[in-house]
Design a protein around this ligand. Sequence first.
Ligand SMILES: [Zn+2]
Length: 263
Amino acid sequence: MTTEQAYGAAATGETGEAGPFLVLTDQTLTEPTDEPTARQWLNRLPCMSRPIQVGDVVMINVETGETRPMRCQRNGCPDCIGVNAWRRSLAVRYIEPTHELTVTTTDLHRADLPWPEVQDRLRVLRQAARRDQVALGAFGTYVEQGSANGMTHAHIVVKDGHRIDFDWLRRRLVSAGFAGRFTYARIKSGAEFSSYVGKGFATYAVKGYRTDADDALRLNGGRVGHFSRGFFPDGVRRAEVQSLKALSEATGEHSPWITRIWT
Ligand SMILES: [Zn+2]
């Protein structure tokens, strides 16, 4: 049986007894296939079509009675990557970043795996900042490529940023291998937390993972952004949980979903 058949059968839910067995063989999905369009990063079975078995933890909607499997929360899962990206961007907003920096490149057009190169250049930039005693703040970085020209650039959300001497920044960006073109702007503060959702940075950080998650994961080395030390002082998981709680309180909406063991 090919990967395609296993995938299709499990996804349609018409497999009867064979379903759970096929689903457990998900490692076959990571093997190379003849498919020219085989997805490299989004390589897991969608968890929402996984059959529920006795002993599984399930989500139950107490208003509608709807039941679904727990999310696997893997970035490689088509059902979870969008949720992961949304949660991460909510957590980014929650820690109240101060600035947004966009850096560009001239030599990484349509680069297949740009993240390691961007990461190296950012490391060089931050080393220079330490040497020159310039406080850059902590970075949360998302790599994109222009849809028209394929230009690799990075959107960086900055925590605890300051005013920066732009001549210094331009010089150091170029020394690190970036282009001299950049933007650096203060994020407006003072708005209610709930009004942040779906606006500004949160929008474009999530956008890529919703419209073409495989491509967004390719550009970002399989991750939903990269965060330098201190960006999430208490860890990213805690920031995600706290930000969801803050959103729930700000909007007055509480989830009707509860978790139970399926019996
Ligand atoms: Zn999943």
